[in-house]
Design a protein around this ligand. Structure first.
Ligand SMILES: Cc1cc2nc3c(=O)[nH]c(=O)nc-3n(C[C@H](O)[C@H](O)[C@H](O)COP(=O)(O)O)c2cc1C
Length: 177
C-alpha cells in the first residue's frame, strides 16, 4: 500500500492483442487522476505496445518477466489493478489460478490480497461464447473483479472496426480510488 500522501499505485496489465497499443492514452488519463501507473505486459503483450515510450511516460520500466532470484523489486507495490486489454488466454488462466507469466502471478496475488481490480476482456465474439470463458468471467466477478464486457461490441460481433471500451474503463477508474 502507498504511504499516506503518496500517489496510489495502479498496475496496468496489458495482454497480447491490438488494444494494448493504445494503453498509453489510458495511462496518461490515470496519471492525471493522481495514480502512479506501472505497466505490466504479458510476454505476448510486449509485441503490441511501445515499452520504451510507456516507461518514459510513467517513469517506471515496463515489466513482463519474473525477476531473477535475489533481484530487488523495481516497482512500488500496487494498490489497484486494471487489465486492459485482457485476452481470452489470460482471463481463463487467471480464473484457473495459473501464474505462468509475471502478469498472472501479480493478478493472482491481487485476488488473494483483495486488491481492487477491473478487467476488460477482449476475445473475439466466438471465443466469448466458449463455456470456459463464460465460467472464467463469472468466477472473476464472484471474486470481486469488476469486468467490463459487452459481447455485442467485441471483435467479430458486428461489421466494422470494434471500439475498445477505454471510456468505460476511465469511468470505472474513479471507483478504484
Ligand atoms: C495479431 C494478433 C492479434 C490477436 N488478437 C487477439 C484478440 O483480440 N483477443 C485475444 O484474446 N487474443 C488475441 N490474440 C491471441 C493472443 O495473442 C494469444 O492467445 C496469446 O497467447 C495471449 O497471451 P497472453 O494472454 O499471455 O497475453 C492475437 C494474436 C495475434 C498474433
Amino acid at each position: 500500500m502507498a504511504a499516506a500522501g503518496a500517489a496510489r499505485v495502479l498496475y496496468a496489465v496489458a495482454c497480447g492483442c491490438p488494444p494494448a497499443g493504445d494503453l498509453g492514452g489510458f495511462a496518461g488519463f490515470a496519471r492525471q487522476q493522481g495514480w502512479d501507473v506501472c505497466v505490466i505486459a504479458t510476454p505476448d503483450g510486449t509485441k503490441f505496445l511501445d515499452a520504451a515510450r510507456l516507461a518514459e511516460q510513467t517513469g517506471h520500466p515496463v515489466r513482463s518477466q519474473y525477476k531473477n532470484p535475489g533481484e530487488p523489486d523495481v516497482l512500488p507495490p500496487p494498490d489497484a489493478f486494471v487489465v486492459a486489454p485482457a485476452t481470452f488466454n489470460t482471463v481463463n488462466k487467471w480464473a484457473a489460478g495459473i501464474s505462468d507469466t509475471l502478469a498472472l502471478g501479480l493478478l493472482n496475488e491481487a485476488v488473494g490480497l483483495g486488491l481492487p481490480a477491473v478487467a476488460v476482456p477482449w476475445p473475439n465474439a466466438a471465443l466469448a461464447r466458449h463455456p470456459a470463458f463464460r465460467r472464467s468471467v463469472a468466477a472473476l466477478r464472484d471474486w470481486g473483479v469488476r469486468v467490463i464486457l459487452d459481447p455485442a461490441r467485441l471483435p467479430g460481433a458486428a461489421p466494422g472496426q470494434p471500439v475498445f471500451p477505454w471510456a468505460e474503463l476511465r469511468a470505472e477508474l474513479a471507483s478504484l480510488a
